[in-house]
Design a protein around this ligand. Structure first.
Ligand code: ADP
Ligand code: MG
Length: 410
């Protein structure tokens, strides 16, 4: 990893290490419904414990609007963390992430012990990247480790502020995410394909513009394909369509042509009057979308032509579902293509990387999560990376890079 310090660069023994993790886990009726985020930070915690550091976990949780909100306390997460850690060294909890109670709790830690501090967003200074708030946090530790690539697109105190105040680096999870994404995008094995879906072109403009320069094949599905279809003169009925972006879609298609990127758009579609009325859905040729209906998924012809094209590819990145997958049967295209990609990945024909909240949810739901080479839980940060931008969190770590020898000496 260039210009970013990693765990191996530090001597942790006896040091207080502030570890920014992402404990913003999905909770329903007070129960954690998915512990994936917790499981993935365990290796970094275990490494630091083994190195006899004092481990201080910091995270946000939900959107408490900058003040104490008991319903958004991190306290219940302690038990979930302990489920994945050895019983003999239970995680402690501090009811505040600032002030005397936090500093006292931290001072009482013995080498190798772990504490979780209360929700950073109980203070407005976290999101505002306030310097005094950051100083208070920094005063609790000797070293800062960021283990949340998924939050690195946020310019918050615990992400971009702390590296300016403490020797800083990334944890094992962050490193793994960066290496996987970097490897696939910096020098991908070719042919390199991208699948982009989701609802709107407007949220993914930079992404599309960047991808047509880099990829050999770009599959456009989901609601955003409608704007491209319109740009080709296809009538899309009542489908979601951003009329003000039709010209932009034309520009992107022209750019693709220039860069020899082949764009695949729907040839047929599943249409219905509304999402909630799937029994009345039908397959139509893309030139025969009824005036009163909406395109809600790709049709079977399009799906098989996508799968055929992907057989020849060596690298695939995927963001955004191909249809309104939350509503059956509009999940079919996304699932069929996902099954094909996972099959090719398992046969070692290609490397597959998927990222983005909804597409990852779709893959999980269809049980295909494990068979992708890599699934990035980092929604916004993954997108920024695909867009060719450096996240503010990564930039701050790079700006504060310290030579390994100097770090060990300090
Ligand atoms: P991701 O989170 O993977 O980046 P997005 O948030 O961009 O994906 O888009 C996901 C949303 O797009 C889903 O809610 C899905 O229902 C919607 N969507 C996909 N295809 C269509 C379509 N044809 N019409 C309307 N909405 C669609
Ligand atoms: Mg989404």
């Amino acid at each position: 990893m260039q210009n970013i310090n990693t765990l191996a660069d530090f001597d942790f023994i006896g040091k207080k290490v502030l570890v920014r993790v992402d404990l913003n886990v999905p909770v329903l009726h007070g129960k954690i419904v998915d512990t994936a985020r917790i499981e993935r930070i365990i290796p970094t915690i275990e490494y630091l414990v083994e190195q006899k550091a004092k481990v201080i976990l910091i995270s946000h949780f939900g959107r408490p609007k900058g003040k104490h909100d008991p319903s958004l306390s991190l306290a219940p997460i302690v038990d979930a963390l302990n489920d994945f850690l050895p019983k003999k060294n239970p995680v402690k909890f501090s009811v505040d992430c600032q002030g005397i109670s936090a500093s006292t709790a931290v001072d009482q830690l013995k080498d190798g012990q772990i504490i979780l501090l209360e929700n950073l967003r109980f203070y407005p200074g976290e999101k505002a990247n306030d310097i005094d708030f950051t100083k208070e946090l920094a005063s609790l530790g000797d070293i800062y480790i960021n283990d949340t690539f998924s939050c690195s697109h946020r310019s918050h105190a615990s992400i971009t502020g702390l590296p300016n105040m403490l020797p800083s680096g990334i944890g094992l999870l962050f490193q793994e995410e960066l290496e996987n994404i970097e490897a696939s995008l910096t020098s991908p094995d070719k042919p390199f394909a991208a699948i982009v879906g989701g609802s709107k072109v407007s949220t993914k403009l930079t992404l599309l513009e960047n991808l047509v320069e880099k990829t050999d094949l770009l599959v456009i599905g989901g609601g955003m394909a409608n704007t491209f279809l319109k740009a080709q003169g296809v009538s899309v009925g009542k489908s979601l369509c951003e009329n003000d972006l039709v010209d932009t879609a034309k520009v992107i298609m022209a750019k693709a042509l220039k860069h020899k990127c082949k764009i695949i758009l729907p040839r047929d579609a599943i249409v219905a009057e509304k999402l909630e009325n799937p029994e009345h859905c039908e397959v139509v040729d893309i030139h025969e979308v009824p005036e009163d209906k909406m395109i809600l998924d790709l049709g079977p012809l399009t799906v098989s032509s996508i799968i055929e094209e992907l057989q020849n590819c060596k690298t695939i990145v995927w963001n955004g579902p191909l249809g309104a997958f939350e509503f059956r049967p509009f999940n079919v295209a996304t699932e069929s293509v996902a099954r094909a990609v996972s099959g090719l990945t398992r046969k070692n024909v290609l490397i597959s990387i998927a990222g983005g909240g909804d597409v990852v949810a779709a893959l999980k739901h269809s049980g295909l999560r494990e068979s992708f080479t890599y699934l990035s839980t980092a929604g916004g940060a993954f997108l920024e990376w695909l867009e060719g931008k450096v996240s503010p969190g990564i930039k701050s770590l790079q700006d504060n890079y310290t030579d390994k020898e100097k770090l060990k000496a300090s």
